[in-house]
Design a binder for this molecule. Structure first.
Ligand SMILES: [Zn+2]
Length: 154
């Protein structure tokens, strides 16, 4: 098994069948608002990242793509966790079970907020600046706060 560091992307109308997927390629279907790639750890599992305001956002800078937020494959045996930024894989620390639970809670909250209509209008997600460093920073702050709270409680 070989870990991929470099990726390429391919804009497609239809996502290819599993057996046609190649390692190191992120297939993006704008029409179906979905990106699919084979897990970057080399385990061969298919990773589907739906694109939506409450799941992943893709940025295309004209040459490379980035996905936000990170890809946490905790449902796969490999449990790999990485960022796809500018057609490159940036490996992130493995999730602990605690972090996985936290993330799941966070996602549920996001969905609830979204469907209550508390969130900003959907059009915001089309704005290519939505994956700006500012947002990453605020996410980091979010985690820092959560983790602080978590450990304070013990
Ligand atoms: Zn994997």
């Amino acid at each position: 098994m070989k870990r991929n560091q470099h990726l390429t992307h391919e804009f497609v109308e239809f996502i290819p069948d599993h057996h046609q997927l190649q390692d190191g390629i992120v297939y993006v279907s704008i029409q179906y608002a979905t990106a699919v790639h084979k897990c970057c750890c080399g385990c061969g599992e298919e990773v589907v990242t739906p694109l939506s305001p409450t799941s992943w956002q893709m940025t295309f800078d004209g040459e490379t793509i980035s996905l936000y937020p990170s890809i946490g494959n905790w449902n796969l045996p490999c449990r790999s966790h990485y960022w796809i930024r500018q057609d490159r894989v940036q490996w992130a620390p493995r999730w602990s079970q605690k972090e996985i639970n936290l993330q799941k809670t966070y996602e549920t909250q996001m969905h609830k907020q979204h469907y209550r209509g508390d969130e900003l209008p959907v059009e915001k997600s089309i704005n290519p600046t939505s994956a700006s460093p500012m947002e990453n920073k605020s996410e980091q702050n979010f985690w820092a706060r959560l983790i602080k709270q978590l450990f304070k409680g013990e």
